[in-house]
Structure formats: C-alpha cells, structure tokens
Design a protein. Structure first.
Length: 81
C-alpha cells in the first residue's frame, strides 16, 4: 500500500477548493501522512464530521492504498487564531 502525496493533495483540493492544505509524509514511505486542512466547508461541523468529509474526499483510499493519516482540521477563520 502506498499513495503519493500528490494524489492526496489533488483529491483534497478537488473536494475543498478554498482550503489551506499542508501534507507531510511522516515516514518517507508514501503510507503514513500528517494532513492539516482548513476549509470554510467545515463551518458548523464537529471534528468527527470534518474528518469524515476528508475521508470521503479520499474516495475510499484510506485503509486501502493509504495506511495511516493523522488529521488536523478546522475552518479558515481558525488559521488566524
């Protein structure tokens, strides 16, 4: 299982066009990532709902092509706080 960073970024940018996204390959193996994503689409959503939205954007790749991903999500207004 491996998923290039570029593929993750493209999927997330397609789903969250307004987002500020940072992705770090934690082990250099294209299988363990830390993703920070801030989008106004998360407004009014709790953390679980936000993470579900990210997993949905990854189109079923989480747990298959992608083994592990630490997530930090929030609204764009939380970027400046």
């Amino acid at each position: 299982m491996a998923l290039p960073l570029k593929v993750i970024e493209d999927l997330l940018r397609h789903a969250f066009e307004d987002a500020v996204i940072q992705i770090q390959d934690l082990a250099g193996d294209q299988d363990h990532y830390h993703v920070t994503i801030f989008s106004d689409q998360f407004t009014g959503k709790n953390r679980v709902q936000q993470h579900q939205m990210v997993y949905k954007a990854l189109q079923g790749k989480m747990g298959h092509d992608l083994h592990a991903m630490a997530l930090k999500t929030g609204t764009l207004s939380s970027v400046t706080k």
